[in-house]
Design a protein. Structure first.
Length: 393
């Protein structure tokens, strides 16, 4: 009997020990599972942090970045890339042709496979506004020289191209403006030397033509120097209190003889107002605007200078003529260097083509702005603003 009881007791102890061991095993297994889940969660958080940092870095770049996999499909495109190509949808997983419809770019990517890299390729994007991009591309490979994909970096060249075009146009315009009077002077001098000087009447007429074209060259050079200094910021404005009405009276007096040849009436309709400005530069502004109004106004017409207070402590000045006006497509360009609405008429009546550009830079140098309005057949109206003089208390 005791042996039976002993066996039963041992079995009971074994069963209890097994149950305890099983509970410990299950607890250890659960703890292990929880640890694995914790590690997975930490790894996932770390991966998300790395991805977030990468995306933040890529999106902070001013250059467009495009990453393709080995099949040529887009894996990553940063914010700058989307802005350069005006993309508003997710292009990941698409090919270049599917996302952009640019055969030239697709061919460039294909060439990277063989050449390993393509540097400083210029890509022109046609559209409402022309854009130029510089593309640098390189193959991505592993340690065994196996191709894994392609990375492309895009740099916007549009502004540089515009600057270069402006420079070329400026050089071409200056060359033309210089060549015309120089050719005339040279031709008349040669004619005088060939014998025309022996005829007093012809000699006088030729010398007067040489004088006019010499003056035209002088005005052109002076305007070129002025606009160069204005654009570079080398000119310091001598700001002081300026009586606007009195200054305009002087300008109209200086141009009265020119107005008489056109039988034009000059009207100073400005109120008494003091502005904070450089009197000499302001004289240039009014001189250019009123001279243009006389030149392009109708015969026996009227040129009116007027003004009124504007917002933010500014005073708005207006110079109006009653000529044929300016076409709508030309209004935004009249302040460009050498831009002429009617090239033949402008050159015939003189001028360097820089007057309105000088006006714009002087006004902007005073913290103001300048613009124009016109309706064909109803004259032109030029506006600009100047800061009103604030008296110290």
């Amino acid at each position: 009997m005791w042996s039976t009881l002993t066996i039963l007791a041992l079995l009971a102890l074994a069963a209890a020990g097994h149950a305890g061991w099983r509970r410990k095993f299950l607890r250890a297994q659960e703890a292990h599972r929880l640890e694995i889940e914790r590690l997975k969660a930490e790894q996932q958080r770390a991966a998300i942090q790395v991805q977030t940092r990468q995306e933040t870095l890529f999106n902070s770049m001013i250059e467009g970045l495009l990453l393709l996999d080995a099949t040529g499909r887009i894996q990553l495109a940063n914010r700058a890339f989307a802005e350069l190509f005006d993309i508003t949808t997710d292009v990941r997983g698409k090919t270049i042709m599917e996302a952009l419809r640019l055969a030239e770019l697709a061919e460039l990517v294909a060439s990277v496979t063989a050449e390993k890299q393509v540097l400083e390729h210029e890509l022109r994007l046609a559209g409402l506004s022309e854009r130029w991009l510089q593309v640098n591309a390189a193959a991505i490979s592993d340690g065994h020289d196996e191709w894994r994909g392609t990375v492309l970096v895009f740099h916007d060249l549009t502004q540089l191209k515009q600057f270069e075009r402006t420079r070329q146009e400026f050089v071409a315009n200056v060359s033309h403006e210089l060549r015309t009077p120089l050719s005339l002077i040279k031709g008349y001098v040669e004619t005088l030397l060939d014998g025309a000087k022996d005829n007093p009447e012809v000699e006088t007429r030729f010398l007067q033509t040489i004088q006019r074209n010499s003056a035209r060259l002088q005005f052109l050079i002076e305007d070129l120097l002025t606009i160069s200094e204005l654009e570079s910021g080398r000119i310091q404005m001598n700001l002081q209190s300026v009586d606007l009405r009195t200054l305009v009276d002087k300008v109209l007096g200086d141009l009265s003889a020119r107005a008489r040849t056109k039988e034009a009436t000059l009207v100073n309709d400005l109120p008494n107002v003091l502005v904070h400005a450089d009197a000499d530069r302001l004289h240039q502004v009014f001189g250019n605007l009123v001279d243009n109004a006389i030149k392009y106004g109708r015969q026996a017409g009227t040129v009116v200078v007027s003004g009124r207070p504007a917002d933010d402590g500014m005073f708005e000045v207006r110079v109006q003529d009653d000529g044929p006006g300016i076409p709508p497509e030309a209004l935004e360009r009249v302040f460009e260097r050498f831009y002429r609405v009617d090239k033949a008429r402008s050159r015939e009546q003189g001028g360097t083509g820089l007057g309105l550009s000088i006006v714009k830079h002087i006004v902007q140098g005073h913290g103001g702005r300048v613009w124009a309005k016109s309706e064909p057949g109803k004259g032109a109206l030029f506006f600009f603003t100047l800061p009103v003089m604030v008296e110290n208390p």
